[in-house]
Design a protein around this ligand. Structure first.
Ligand SMILES: [Zn+2]
Length: 392
């Protein structure tokens, strides 16, 4: 016998207990004994005859009104075991009944919607969850699952509507989620060239989350796309006090905008200011590259060495080796540098990733929604192996 079937006894026992406990307050039409057919079905389950058991249970549910909770519990158990077809048949039979009170009918419909959801029948699940959203007792649970469907189907507008309602009626805070969803819509607007609509959606994102980092990044991009580089720089540089951890994400954009404006002095000032708050290797590299362009290879190498001493990371060491490599030319040191560089590069690559603070999912690129747990804004910046500072 499959020992998992023993689990059936738990919900059945619970349901039987519920029936006994509610005996006195159960309306007369539902007050009944547990039918023999039910025990017959249990017997089949315990003898590893699940199809025969299911047939008996389905017969019983049509004949007897007192076993509704037990059927509900059995259906749930089938679904949890991954036997969604059986769960669906039980719940479909329940909702066909005409003698269910409103509460039990809503509960049965909610279970059936979950069966469809688990089976990937999102259209059917969606229409049931939409219906159930209007019923107070299952409104929040139906809304959460509906949000998962719209999230998966990338139907952002519908997801926004459901999230706003959940934010109003549930105990959870959905404001970050709503802001990210508006940013998703803005992203589609940008792709189709509808910049005015994108700006309107970003404004709505800020309405729900005043510190929406993604909105800041998008606003800067929009300004740069409209060739308003002064404005773009001001928007991106607001991250210096709003979220310095994200400066590495925008340093290339800021460099590009300053260079378009021909204002290299301000670019240098920005990089120095940014490095006080964030030692992301992308900022260090941009600073070293600017120094190379303005003052030559030697000055750049000296700067890189100084920065890596002050803010030691393996990535920084890798850059120093690369610059030494260039300086070594064809000397005998070149091969040693290359070997050292490839070893450190391997360590850096295996240690460089964004990770989700919610579920630990790791990725080489920044996802606004974690591909693992679907949480919004939970991916953190790269965790690069740190070294101890060098003192001379
Ligand atoms: Zn995650």
């Amino acid at each position: 016998m499959d020992p998992v079937w023993l689990l059936v006894l738990l919900p059945v026992a619970a349901a039987s207990g519920w029936l006994v406990a509610t005996h006195d307050r159960t309306p007369k039409k539902q007050k009944t004994h547990i039918p023999d057919r039910f025990f017959e079905g249990l017997n089949c389950l315990l003898n590893d005859q699940p199809d025969e058991a299911l047939r008996i249970f389905l017969d019983a549910v049509e004949m007897d009104s007192g076993t509704i909770e037990m059927h509900m519990a059995l259906g749930n158990m089938y679904r949890q075991r991954g036997e969604v077809d059986r769960a669906t048949r039980i719940h479909e039979n329940l909702v066909k009944r005409t003698d269910l009170d409103n509460e039990l009918r809503s509960q049965a419909l909610f279970e059936l919607a979950q069966d469809y959801f688990k089976a990937g029948l999102y259209d059917r699940a969606e229409s049931l969850f939409q219906e159930l959203r209007k019923i107070k007792s299952v409104r929040i649970r139906a809304g959460r699952l509906l949000l998962q469907i719209y999230d998966q189907e990338r139907e952002w507008e519908k997801a926004i509507e459901v999230s706003i309602e959940l934010n109003k009626h549930s105990d959870s805070d959905y404001s970050h989620t709503i802001a990210h969803l508006y940013c998703e819509v803005a992203e589609s607007n940008i792709r189709t060239g509808n910049y005015a609509q994108a700006e309107a959606n970003i404004a709505l994102a800020f309405k729900h989350d005043q510190q929406c980092i993604r909105g800041v990044l998008q606003s800067g991009r929009l300004a740069a796309m409209r060739s308003n580089h002064t404005n773009a720089i001001a928007i991106w540089r607001s991250l210096e006090y709003l979220a310095p951890d994200y400066l590495g994400e925008v340093v290339a954009h800021i460099e590009n905008s300053y260079k378009t404006l021909g204002d290299l002095a301000s670019l240098r000032q920005f990089l120095e200011s940014a490095l006080e708050k964030n030692t992301d290797i992308r900022i260090i590299n941009t600073y070293a590259e600017l120094t190379r362009e303005q003052q030559g290879e030697k000055a750049s190498r000296a700067l890189m060495l100084k920065l890596v001493r002050e803010h030691p990371t393996l990535e920084g060491v890798l850059q120093v080796i690369a610059s030494q490599d260039r300086a070594a030319g064809t000397s005998g040191q070149e091969k040693d540098y290359q070997l050292l560089a490839s070893l450190i590069s391997h360590v850096v690559e295996t240690g460089r990733h964004y990770s989700c603070r919610n579920c630990g999912f790791q990725s080489n690129s920044l996802h606004w929604q974690c591909p693992g747990c679907k949480a919004w804004g939970a991916m953190q910046k790269p965790q690069v192996p740190e070294l101890k500072p060098v003192h001379q």
